[in-house]
Design a protein around this ligand. Structure first.
Ligand code: 5GP
Ligand code: MN
Length: 341
């Protein structure tokens, strides 16, 4: 049996809002990952069954290895369809906010959502949710928003409505937010849910294959280059750094998703517990941070790179040059020596 996580009052409040609504928007965070897209599409398919008009809206594009999911082609990318997004938001009578806890994470959509009169329901697992939703279903102890969607549907008494498509989306999100069940994955309920999803007809091995064995040749070559030529170890701090410039991205025909997971690789070196990946983006520097054990990657992200996230997986942004970002990182390491050395 699945344990109860979401409070009964939140379930009842959400149920009322869903029953009353006709035009629902599901929004997830910028640079959507597997859990963002998986949880959004799972909820999308579920709500479509109830005969409502439903749209998934994302701030910008998402990686190709998520595009095979059913419904992925219907996702509205704000960057490409500004007017449509405005119309959808104006007409919406319910907004779901999935896999983010602060409006800043949906970029320019943030103020638009906050201004909207439509009621909002957050379903999320990030720390420190801000109070911009009418119903806040926030569970940082759960490893993925997709797992929360499974729990949410079950608690609405609609387990029977979870079909193979919904199950695939949920599994994909649970898998990608736990590194294919290699971290944040000790809860026995995860495996209970997986067994239910397999009963629904998913092929978990095929899903793994479509997500993790979908590299382009240039992506694999870039990964080799980054590990061989660009990875710098700071052994006295048990830390690693990889930096990728715009020129290098051009050389390897970088596309969104191509560097996903690169930041995790240095953690496979014995005694490295903190890994940082710094990538030069169009108009900012994007930083990804990963750690093992108790090292607070989210504190480092917040204090040094104006970001945040989970203890072992966090991110941030920097507005300046690549060199300045690297210097910031290198100068910050000694300040965390009590954890790292
Ligand atoms: P990633 O390195 O995969 O982009 O991000 C890992 C995690 O860090 C995300 O799931 C999210 O929780 C958090 N994160 C990433 N970028 C940011 C950011 O710019 N600000 C904040 N607050 N959190 C971020
Ligand atoms: Mn997530």
């Amino acid at each position: 049996m699945l344990n109860k996580i979401i409070s009964e009052s939140n379930i009842q409040k959400a149920k009322k809002l869903i029953d009353k609504s006709d035009k629902i928007i599901i929004i997830t965070h910028i640079s959507p990952d597997g859990d963002a897209i998986g949880s959004s599409l799972a909820l999308y398919h579920f709500l479509l069954q109830t005969g409502k008009s439903v749209n998934v809206v994302v701030p910008n594009n998402f990686p190709g290895f998520l595009k095979w999911l059913k419904g992925a082609k219907d996702i509205v990318v704000k960057e490409w369809k500004e007017n449509l997004v405005r119309e959808l938001l104006d007409a919406a009578d319910l907004i779901f906010c999935l896999d983010f806890s602060i409006p800043k994470r949906i970029d320019q959509l943030g103020p638009m959502v906050e201004r909207s009169a439509a009621p909002k329901i957050m379903i999320d697992h990030h720390l420190h949710p801000e109070h911009f939703c009418d119903v806040t279903i926030s569970h940082p102890e759960i490893s993925s928003t997709s797992e929360l969607i499974f729990r949410f549907i079950c608690r609405l008494g609609m387990f029977e409505h979870i079909d193979k498509n919904i199950a695939e989306c949920i599994y994909l999100g649970m898998m990608t937010d736990t590194g294919a069940f290699t971290y944040n994955s000790n809860s026995p309920y995860i495996y209970y849910i997986i067994s239910e999803l397999i009963e629904k007809g998913i092929d978990k091995d095929a899903i793994y294959d479509k997500v993790y064995n979908a590299y382009s040749e240039s992506r694999l070559r870039m990964q080799g280059y980054l590990l061989c030529e660009k990875m710098k170890l700071f052994k006295e701090y048990r830390a690693a750094l990889i930096v990728l410039s715009r020129d290098e991205q051009k050389k390897f025909q970088w596309r969104k998703g191509d560097t996903e997971g690169v930041v995790n690789i240095p953690l496979s070196i014995e005694n490295i517990i903190f890994s940082v990946f710094i990538r030069e983006d169009e108009n900012m520097i994007k930083i990804s941070l990963r750690s093992k054990g108790t090292f607070p990657a989210n504190r480092f992200a917040a204090e040094i790179f104006n970001g945040g996230g989970h203890l072992n997986a966090s991110g941030g942004e920097f507005f300046g040059s690549l060199e300045e970002a690297v210097t910031l990182f290198e100068e910050a390491l000694p300040k965390y020596a009590e954890y790292l050395s």
